[in-house]
Ligand binder design. Structure first.
Ligand SMILES: NC(=O)c1ccc[n+]([C@@H]2O[C@H](COP(=O)([O-])OP(=O)(O)OC[C@H]3O[C@@H](n4cnc5c(N)ncnc54)[C@H](O)[C@@H]3O)[C@@H](O)[C@H]2O)c1
Length: 377
């Protein structure tokens, strides 16, 4: 997990810039800091597809250019009962909506053992892992899911119906990192296809299904095919039934249902972000957040030790002949952070260009990035 030596930017510079950029487009101070923290946490944890690489296309452009996302988040609490709540995010900042919902779920869990909050009319909330880690830090189990733009075909289908719909658990342990299975319910998500396109790298067959039931490997063509509807992503488990694709399909559908039916919210193709005339409209995403207070079951320290023991035993089990080691979920992100806090965050050339363009567009002339001074070889 070595960091590329190119375009390294110190973490605090990236945090300050991202916060100021969100402020510049109208996000209030505290919310701007939070949104920046969610994005930079992705970069710190090595999740390059969901950090500042997404700042322009998923947040900045939607606020400034497409005008389908509100920089000021007006969170309406539609229903609030003992352990449950339903909120309407009114197309505000997805990260702010998500963090507030998880905080509400945790407050409820502290009183009732469990708290569940559902959100509708939200926008992209970034890495799901951020919110479950909020719970882990306070001796709780965190669970969240979000729906997303339609890109995944159901088993035996070829049409992009479901989002990449992560279903993520955070479980505290006695180690330096929580167990966090922070991933999509499709084999691959769009960010990794964009990354492959940037690096000029083909994808393995079987991650994408074409209208004629075949597969595709050229990332540029796949990105275009996902937009035109000529291609769809494949759920975890793969194409068809033989390798259990219906299991990923089932998990993706579970997330879709929990992100729309409780909320009386939008689903499937209604989340595309376009109207019938191809005009940009809000994505109307839904999320759910669950917090479980471990102290209602057992001593948190005991729970953490048991959870840590299970993970240590898994990592210590017999390795495959070619494998260097066994990991548990959340570990690679922790290792990435140990490295990146020393080296800084590596950015692609395209992300560097986007940061400079947004900075200049917003007149944030007090910022200069190290890559602008690097001598190109
Ligand atoms: N907001 C959205 O709409 C949305 C949609 C999809 C994904 N996402 C986010 O995108 C990010 C990346 O998703 P992804 O699907 O590309 O993730 P991924 O396929 O890169 O998987 C990463 C996860 O797998 C674990 N992992 C990796 N190798 C492992 C190994 N050998 N053994 C055990 N665990 C291992 C990691 O610790 C991490 O939890 C996530 O943060 C996810 O929440 C967001």
């Amino acid at each position: 997990m070595k960091t590329a030596r190119k375009n390294l930017v110190p973490v605090d510079l990236l945090e300050n810039f991202t916060t100021d950029l969100f402020r510049a487009v109208g996000v209030p101070d505290d919310d701007a800091r939070l949104c920046a923290d969610v994005l930079i946490t992705a970069d710190k944890r090595g999740i390059d597809t969901h950090g500042v690489a997404r700042l322009k296309t998923i947040y900045y452009d939607r606020i400034v250019h497409h005008r389908i996302q509100e920089p000021v988040t007006r969170l309406e609490i539609v229903r609030d009962r003992a352990a449950t709540a339903l909120v309407d995010g009114h197309h505000g900042m997805g990260m702010v909506i998500a963090a507030r919902c998880m905080r509400m779920a945790m407050d409820k869990a502290r009183r009732h053992g469990i708290g569940i909050v559902a959100a509708r009319n939200s926008t992209h909330y970034g890495i799901a892992g951020y919110y479950v880690l909020m719970a882990c830090r306070e001796n709780m189990i965190g669970i969240t899911g979000t729906n997303a733009r339609p890109s995944v075909a159901p088993t035996f289908g070829v049409e992009n119906m479901l989002g990449t719909n992560p279903l993520v658990f955070g479980i505290p342990t006695d180690e330096d990192f929580a167990f966090t299975n922070d991933y999509a319910t499709s084999i691959i998500q769009r960010g990794k296809i964009e990354q492959a396109a940037r690096e000029g790298r083909r994808l393995p067959p079987g991650l994408v299904i074409t209208r004629d039931g075949g597969t595709a490997t050229d990332p540029e063509k796949i990105l275009a095919g996902l937009i035109s509807g000529a291609m769809a992503l494949v759920p975890l488990g793969g194409i068809g039934e033989d390798t259990g694709g219906y299991k990923g399909y089932g998990f993706a559908t579970t997330v879709e249902l929990l992100c729309c039916a409780l909320q009386d919210g939008a689903a499937l193709k209604d989340l595309s972000g376009f109207d019938r005339n191809g005009r940009h409209v809000p994505h109307r995403l839904g999320h759910f957040f669950i917090a479980v207070d471990i102290s209602f079951f057992t001593e948190p320290a005991r729970f953490r030790r048991t959870a840590g023991d299970v993970l240590r035993r898994l990592r210590a089990s017999q390795r495959a002949p070619e494998a260097e080691r066994i990991f548990t979920a959340g570990e690679k992100e922790h290792l990435a952070w140990l490295e990146r806090r020393r080296t800084g965050i590596p950015l692609s050339d395209q992300t560097c260009r986007e940061l400079v363009a947004m900075r200049d567009e917003q007149g944030l002339s007090n910022y200069r990035f190290p890559f602008e001074d690097e001598t190109r070889q």
